[in-house]
Design a protein around this ligand. Structure first.
Ligand SMILES: CC(=O)N[C@H]1[C@@H](OP(=O)(O)OP(=O)(O)OC[C@H]2O[C@@H](n3ccc(=O)[nH]c3=O)[C@H](O)[C@@H]2O)O[C@H](CO)[C@@H](O)[C@@H]1O
Ligand SMILES: C=C(OP(=O)(O)O)C(=O)O
Length: 437
């Protein structure tokens, strides 16, 4: 397992180009299974999870061509569906979360889809009921092998459109159901649909392939099923979670950074949420400019003077994937903040490591932490830590870059799941970070 060694306390300066969005890429890559025609995708991030999914597609028989950096073509005209029942698939499919989204396209096009219990971050319960209830509503038969933790859906007669109200606005669940419904007979209405930019992008791509989806960007989608889809070209948006991570990094290391071509209109509440911590974020065309915060940043309070609380919610609420970064940035703010992680129950335990480094944090319960900011009056101290999940990992990395002394982070494969070449890109703006295998 690889390790990062980080000499903290240095200011960074320069420009960062965000990578393509991990969570969008995972959906879009699954959608290439929906047509025998060629699909060309640009801005695919070169990260572990995405590369694992591309490998699964290859093993499933998709013809894949790398055209240039981040640009690939895919042709799913001769798939090997036997792979889905192989031991190899059981191993490969369970290595990441995004693999779950191959089920919808396969069910819609071939009448069957299988998946082992998918992996991804161990950040609490991550049930799949919404996905399978959606497929069942469309007429699929569901089976689950508890021993092997292997899920299957079959619809030899095809799927039938229907109305459904999702029990929760699951991101990957909505994507899966949309892809199945796009090939169902008749009209499907999905209420309480997730509507993250990832989902909006997927719907736009499917419409470009000939699907008929309306209500994009809302929680009420209607999908008129079609009997075939054709090829298309698609470009993945910049990764809003990576953009938020760079904002946090700039503030916490008092660095001046420009984040290029962020697609502002797709960032939702992200800039304003960091502004609540007192961070200055300037819009320059489609870039974000973060000036050096020489005097630190001061947390705002609510109109009635009560303590600032930042929590997650399904889009257009604030994404849960940036709360760990908010939390670490709050450790150096002037003022107090309560971070409330409503969706996941095991995502805040990494605060132990920050407390070891000298941060003032009270973990109130598994979902809530109160942070009493140092206001840069005292620096965090370097330490040795292990990255428990992708976003805690990047948060610890940000803490280490701002800390006094040299820190070591183990299990950086977690960070590599979602951040492309992070050490090289950090070095390019002046960070002192070494990767050791
Ligand atoms: C590969 C991928 O795209 N992963 C993202 C996706 O995961 P994923 O699609 O797996 O997450 P879901 O949207 O299904 O749900 C995440 C968690 O939130 C809970 N929940 C969800 C909706 C809701 O209205 N109320 C609620 O409590 C669920 O029970 C679950 O524990 O969405 C999550 C939520 O934005 C993100 O953290 C993940 O990065
Ligand atoms: C939780 C995340 O990813 P995954 O769903 O792939 O585990 C994330 O990207 O923050």
């Amino acid at each position: 397992m690889s390790v990062f060694q980080i000499e903290g306390g240095h200011k960074l300066k320069g420009e960062i180009i965000p990578q393509g969005a991990k969570n969008e890429a995972l959906q879009i890559l699954c959608a290439v299974l929906m047509t025998p025609d060629k699909v060309t995708i640009s801005n695919i991030p070169d990260i572990r999870d995405v590369n694992k999914l591309i490998e699964i597609l290859g093993n499933l028989g998709v013809k894949i061509q790398k055209l240039s950096k981040g640009k690939f073509s895919f042709k799913s005209d001769a798939l090997n569906l036997d792979y889905l029942e192989s031991e190899q698939f059981k191993k490969e499919g369970s290595a990441l979360r995004g693999s779950i989204m191959i089920v919808g396209p396969l069910l819609g096009r071939f009448g069957k889809g299988y998946i082992p219990k998918p992996g991804g971050d161990k950040i609490g319960r991550r049930r799949l009921d919404t996905h399978f209830e959606g497929f069942i509503n469309l007429g699929a038969e569901f089976r689950y092998n508890k021993e092997e933790r292997f899920y299957g859906v079959e619809a030899p007669e095809g799927l039938k459109g229907t109305y459904m109200l999702l029990d929760e606005a699951s991101v990957t669940g909505t994507a899966n159901i949309i892809m199945a419904a796009a090939r169902a007979e008749g009209k499907t209405t999905i209420y309480n649909a997730a509507c993250e930019p990832y989902i909006q992008q997927l719907c736009k791509m499917l419409n470009a392939m000939g699907a008929k989806i309306e209500g994009i960007g809302s929680n009420l989608l209607t999908i008129e099923g079609v009997s075939e889809l054709h090829g298309c070209e698609h470009t993945v948006l910049p990764d809003m979670i990576e953009i938020g991570s760079w904002i946090g990094l700039a503030a916490m290391t008092k660095s001046e950074l420009t984040i290029k071509n962020v697609s502002w209109d797709n960032l939702g509440l992200i800039p304003d949420t960091f502004r609540k911590l007192g961070i200055t974020i300037e819009r320059v065309n489609d870039d974000i400019f973060i000036p050096e915060h020489k005097d630190g940043y001061k947390v705002e309070s609510f109109i009635d003077g009560s303590l600032m609380a930042i929590s997650d919610a399904p889009w257009p609420g604030f994404t849960p994937d940036l709360l760990s970064i908010i939390l670490v940035v709050a450790t150096q703010a002037q003022g107090e903040v309560m971070v409330h992680q409503k969706m996941f129950e095991s995502r805040l335990f990494f605060v132990d490591k920050l407390i070891d480094m000298g941060a003032k944090i009270i973990l109130c319960d598994p979902h809530r932490a109160t942070i009493i900011g140092h206001g840069f009056k005292s620096q965090l101290k370097a330490t040795t830590m292990t990255s428990p999940d992708i976003r805690a990992g990047i948060s610890l990395l940000i803490a280490a870059l701002s800390a006094k002394g040299t820190s070591t982070i183990h299990n950086i494969e977690q960070i590599d799941r979602g951040y492309e070449n992070i050490d090289e890109r950090l070095r390019a703006v002046g960070a002192k970070i070494i990767r050791m295998d």
